[in-house]
Write a protein that binds this ligand. Structure first.
Ligand SMILES: O=C(O)c1cc(=O)[nH]c(=O)n1[C@@H]1O[C@H](COP(=O)(O)O)[C@@H](O)[C@H]1O
Length: 225
């Protein structure tokens, strides 16, 4: 892979700290992911500030609402020109179609299938009959049919999904180096395994942001790819 597929998840409460960390590690990652924690705290201003670092911005808003509302939200973020935006695949086909239609020309819309923090026990507790991997495959098929650019899934199912959707754009979070602390992630693989299975983007947060030396951690992970 020529370009660096790592998007660092800057799930940090402080804007100055997020910006400083992004500048330190920018030569070892390919993009910056800003999620709900960051966006709820710093909004458009925060995204504009982080965009100054010069890396593509992945706006992980995980939109999940009726089609009209999601389309309106997509339009409201045009001005931020994100490279990638997330919506939930379980919002349904019409929502996915309208999200894609409302997205900016250069924004990839990717649909979250089954969160990497969920395992098979969680699935039955939520009321899904399918196992997590089967449900991820099913939602990937729905997203493909709805015409979005790709999906978010775990490294456990990205290989199967890649076989069925050859040119899809696949974001894989929940990644941990071989000796990494899982925390709240339940469907985890190593960054290298996810890349080998067909991931387009590797989302990595705490293994870099909470490392004693984030630059060394990012460089070490980059070196395994
Ligand atoms: O959409 C996401 O990026 C996402 C989907 C998912 O299923 N699991 C998941 O962990 N994420 C995000 O990926 C990042 C993972 O962070 P770490 O567990 O710290 O590496 C977080 O910002 C999550 O919000």
């Amino acid at each position: 892979m020529n370009h660096n597929p790592i998007y660092v998840a800057l799930d940090l409460p402080r804007l100055d700290a997020a910006e400083a960390l992004a500048r330190r590690i920018k030569d070892h990652v390919g993009g910056i992911k800003l999620g709900l924690e960051f966006f709820c705290a710093h909004g458009h201003h925060g995204v504009h500030e982080l965009a100054k670092v010069g890396l593509p911005i992945f706006l992980d808003l995980k939109l999940h609402d009726i089609p009209n509302t999601v389309a309106g939200a997509m339009q409201a973020i045009h001005v931020l020109q994100p490279a990638i935006v997330t919506v939930h695949a379980s919002g349904g086909r019409a929502m996915l179609e309208d999200a894609k239609a409302a997205a900016g020309e250069h924004t990839k819309v990717v649909a979250v299938t089954v969160l990497t923090s969920l395992d098979d026990d969680d699935m039955s507790a939520i009321g899904y009959a399918n196992r997590a991997s089967d449900q991820a495959l099913r939602l990937a098929e729905l997203a493909h049919g709805a015409g979005v650019d790709g999906i978010v899934c775990s490294g456990h199912e990205v290989g199967d999904i890649r076989r069925q959707w050859k040119d899809g754009y696949f974001v894989v979070p929940g990644l941990r180096p071989a000796d990494g602390v899982l925390g709240d992630q339940k469907r985890s693989v190593t960054p290298r395994a996810a890349r080998d299975a067909g991931a387009s983007v590797l989302v990595i947060g705490r293994p870099i942001t909470r490392a004693e030396d984030p630059v060394a951690a990012a460089r070490a992970i980059e070196g395994t790819l």
